[in-house]
Design a protein around this ligand. Sequence first.
Ligand SMILES: [Zn+2]
Length: 138
Amino acid sequence: MTVACPLCTPVAADLLWQDALCRVVWVDEPAYPGFCRVIVHAHIKEMTDLPECDRHRLMAVVFAAEVAVREVCRPDKINLASLGNLVPHLHWHVIPRWQTDRCFPDAIWAAARQDGAVPALMALRPRLSAVLARLLAG
Ligand SMILES: [Zn+2]
């Protein structure tokens, strides 16, 4: 049985930044505005399947995404997660968290604890793209 991997096909509309190794994409999740995902282009399962230089580059991109989300969204906390149990194509979630969000302090995939309220943030995509371009230039 062959199941198409959803992360092997980039969705152009969601793209915030990319290079030869990976891309940063917008995650359309209104409960967590600014949620980004860093996805390696190649269908690779684990961090240690990457050559060492690519591991470091990927983490540099994850950290740049963290800085961008902090700068643009001013969350109370950032959650970084690499799971891939359902989609075994290497990717990192960069998730802004607020003490008032629906699952706080649990993981966002847990059952909601409250209705949830997050700041209304404007023009997030262009602002995140601009910060990523600045941090990852050259
Ligand atoms: Zn894939």
